[in-house]
Design a protein around this ligand. Structure first.
Ligand code: MG
Length: 305
């Protein structure tokens, strides 16, 4: 039996009473695992390079390139805009199934029971017409519950009144584990860098298509998320994976998140940094009154390594 298959066989034979393999795998076991056993992830790809360039004021700016494409590239000859797709009438809205945890159902009670600001205090976000609305300078709002791999349904609407352009128009975000952002943006006839438009894994992966509805219209994300797994040494063992539907249209297809999505400057995003297996989900206050409703989640098992 080839080495990799032997190890896979060994993993499969692990009695169910034994500790589950996951973030707690020993360094020795991890070191013995050939790349093929790490399921879907090949950590050597994509190729990420960085360089420092001077801006017009002579200040150093970090630039990151993912397979040769600059993060937040605006030249469409180098990173084409995703094609526009009109979603089906009413597509994407989904009532919670019986085993879902309902995080927001339009009620004040659900807001107070499930959400706080990032310091654990009641959030200043407000309920308007049964929707949860971001309030400028109130900061992010996050769940009291903590989640890892999951299916998350969330509905959102950009402000009816169009203000600003690019990243300044209807900007918010859904952050899995409080840090991996699926961009929320009014991307209806609003151009920005493709890896920062609605449905992008911010700075890392543009959506396959632009399935945006008009400002003020309700939209949805259905997010199927496998959390990242870290070894005992804090190094990434398997990266996060996202499948995302926007208004019922697939926009991220088993996309392996090449690193973190945190802001590191105009052309760079953060790297993976080890964290617990479960963390709150948060929504971004980016200064625009974006609304959310009908938020529910189903926890998923981590796929075995
Ligand atoms: Mg955002």
């Amino acid at each position: 039996m080839p080495h990799c298959l032997r190890i896979r066989h060994m993993l499969m034979k692990t009695p169910s009473s034994a500790p589950r393999f996951g973030a707690m795998m020993s360094a020795a076991v991890l070191a013995a695992l050939p790349a093929a056993v790490l399921a879907h992830d090949d950590l050597s790809k994509p190729v990420i390079t960085t360089e420092i360039r001077k801006d017009e004021k002579g200040k150093d700016v970090l630039y990151m390139f993912i397979d040769g494409v600059k993060v937040h590239e605006t030249d469409v000859t180098k990173d084409p805009l995703p094609p526009v797709v009109t979603p089906g009438e009413g597509a994407g809205m989904a009532a919670p199934p019986s085993d879902a945890i309902v995080l927001f159902d339009g009620s004040e009670e659900a807001l107070r029971k499930n959400w706080t600001d990032t310091k654990g205090n009641p959030s200043q976000w407000k309920i308007v017409d049964g929707a949860l609305e971001s309030v400028k300078r109130a900061g992010y709002i996050q769940t009291m519950g903590q989640f890892g791999s999951c299916q998350l349904h969330i509905e959102w609407a950009a402000p009816v009144e169009v203000k600003g352009e690019g990243q300044g128009r209807g900007n918010s975000g859904v952050f899995l584990m409080g840090q991996y952002e699926i961009q929320v943006l009014d991307s209806y006839e609003n151009t920005t860098y493709p890896d920062g438009q609605a449905g992008a894994l911010y700075g890392r992966s543009k959506p396959l298509v632009n399935a945006s509805r008009k400002p003020g219209e309700w939209q949805s994300y259905d997010i199927i998320f496998q959390r990242p797994i870290f070894g005992e040494d804090g190094k990434i063992v398997r990266r996060a994976m996202f499948t995302v539907l926007h208004n019922g249209v697939v926009i991220q297809d088993h996309e392996i998140l090449s690193g973190g999505t945190g802001w590191m400057g105009p052309h760079a995003v953060s790297e993976y940094k080890a964290h617990p297996d479960k963390l709150p989900i948060s929504l971004q206050d980016h200064g625009n009154p974006v609304r959310y409703r009908n938020i529910w989640i189903r926890e998923l098992p981590d796929k075995p390594l």
